[in-house]
Design a binder for this molecule. Structure first.
Ligand SMILES: Cc1cc2nc3c(=O)[nH]c(=O)nc-3n(C[C@H](O)[C@H](O)[C@H](O)COP(=O)(O)O)c2cc1C
Length: 171
């Protein structure tokens, strides 16, 4: 898939073919893509918790109000920020968001569907998932990316270009 086409056709997928395993090399590819994201001072302050234990999916669905569709997914990745490794306070958010978008696009490139489910800055969700995953104090989950083989194709094209959102030289 050509990069531009991939960017314009990526959509959130919340319905998956059940019980289909993602090959290890594809899992490595999407994580590698995430780790190729830009980051402030190239600090790469990210950590990834890959969840492939189906018993965990039910627990995650209980803790996240908008991720119930994880029950039919193949994999979930928590994209987290390592606060000890970031360039300066709060930079981890932009860095891990860039990694997350790379991960979503890499899924699309491999024929996988994925959906970003927000965790940070909802403090209660952050605390619940830190506990569930056993994260150290200095690691904060930005999101949970739910991944699987799409069971439907979202409508295309999805025209979002709005000229009034573009400001040249001055507002
Ligand atoms: C910060 C953030 C939080 C999101 N949280 C959720 C979520 O909790 N559950 C969900 O189903 N989708 C979530 N999404 C996905 C958005 O709903 C989706 O990206 C948006 O509707 C645009 O659709 P598209 O991804 O198909 O372009 C989130 C996206 C972002 C960037």
């Amino acid at each position: 898939m050509e990069l531009g086409e991939g960017i314009l056709t990526r959509r959130s997928i919340r319905k998956f073919v059940k019980d289909k395993t993602i090959p290890d090399e594809d899992v490595k590819f999407i994580l590698d893509a995430a780790m190729h994201a830009p980051s402030a001072r190239n600090k790469q302050p990210w950590e990834f918790v890959v969840v492939n234990d189906k018993n965990m999916f039910g627990k995650i669905a209980e803790l996240h109000p908008y991720a119930g569709f994880i029950e039919e997914a193949s994999l979930a990745v928590f994209v987290c920020g390592n606060l000890n490794e970031q360039h300066a306070p709060d930079y981890w958010v932009g860095d891990t968001a860039a990694a997350s978008e790379n991960l979503l696009l890499a899924c699309h490139a491999k024929g996988l569907g994925a959906c970003w489910c927000g965790v940070y800055p909802q403090e209660d969700r952050v605390e619940k998932f830190k506990k569930l995953l056993g994260l150290p104090e200095y690691v904060t989950p930005l999101n949970l990316i739910v991944i699987g083989y799409p069971d439907f194709q979202p409508s295309q094209p999805n025209d979002r270009y709005k000229p009034n959102k573009v400001h040249y030289n001055h507002w």
